[in-house]
Write a protein that binds this ligand. Structure first.
Ligand code: KIV
Length: 271
């Protein structure tokens, strides 16, 4: 029997066993109770309370403005909704880059106040000291390499990363370093498929791709994008599995029509 079908609860160890067994890992984002409940009950392996909440939930242009308190608020709702999946919570910009003590304090707040099962941090060698310190407190850490949106003002664009040999080599070294340090998995965002597949072969921990091709150990998408709730964002890597923006528009227009025509509520819908 496949590993993911034989367990009641997804843990970091289950994910690693899934990789060894050649089973792909399915991960999506969630920022609230209602959505998280639907995704967990559908059988998703990992829910990421991503700092993309900054864009999706709050309407900011980048992920930088979201605060630690706001991340904890979103994560607590997601944790309350879920029974089976592993909940990973993004450490927001400014909560870990200062020094390793600050990073540990932020990670502890997330675990204690939201009940999340693990945290995710963007970066390679430059944050290894913080990752080590967080791991010593027993907090599982997921890495994030390639396009790291918290550094958007350093890179200047959201284009594909590590196309040149030097950056690709650095990324491979960083992935190995994150594995050696003890990260249980690594997100690889927007890098060439061949490079991502090489990384997935060269490290034993699961590599979860977004815009990183099919040669990795799992995939992640922003739920609101894959459900078609966000019509403006159409990168090549995004597959839309529904068109909820259109469905919701039709539903809301029907409701408005029914209210105006006095069709709603009818006799059976009142007391
Ligand atoms: O914040 C987020 O949604 C993410 C995913 C895109 C991996 O980090």
């Amino acid at each position: 029997m496949s590993v993911h079908k034989s367990v009641k609860k997804i843990t970091t160890h289950v994910l690693q066993e899934m990789k060894r067994n050649g089973e792909k890992i399915a991960m999506l984002t969630a920022y609230d109770f209602t959505m998280a409940k639907i995704l967990d009950q559908a059988g998703i392996d990992i829910l990421l309370v991503g700092d993309s909440a900054s864009n999706v939930m709050a309407g900011h242009e980048t992920t930088l403005p979201i605060t630690l308190n706001e991340m904890i608020y979103h994560a607590a709702g997601v944790v309350r909704a879920t029974e089976r999946c592993l909940v990973v919570v993004d450490m927001p910009f400014g909560s870990y880059q200062g020094n390793s003590k600050e990073a540990l304090t932020s990670a502890i707040r997330i675990m204690k106040e939201s009940g999340g099962h693990s945290i995710k941090m963007e970066g390679g060698r430059e944050i290894v000291e913080s990752i080590e310190r967080i791991l010593t407190a027993g907090i599982p850490v997921m890495g994030h390499l390639g396009l790291t949106p918290q550094s958007i003002y350093k890179f200047g664009t959201y284009t594909v990363r590590a196309k040149e040999e030097e950056e690709a080599q650095r990324l491979i070294e960083d992935a190995k370093l994150l594995e050696e340090t003890g990260c249980f998995a690594i997100v690889l965002e927007k890098v060439p498929a061949a490079l991502a597949a090489k990384v997935a072969q060269e490290v034993e921990v699961p590599i979860i791709g977004i815009g990183a091709g099919n040669g990795v150990d799992g995939q992640v998408l922003v739920t609101h994008d894959m459900l078609g709730m966000n019509q403006e964002f159409s990168p090549r890597f995004l597959r839309r599995y529904a068109n909820l923006a259109e469905d919701m528009d039709l539903a809301v227009k029907s409701y408005i029509g029914d209210v105006r025509s006095k069709d709603f509520p009818n006799e059976s819908e009142q007391y």
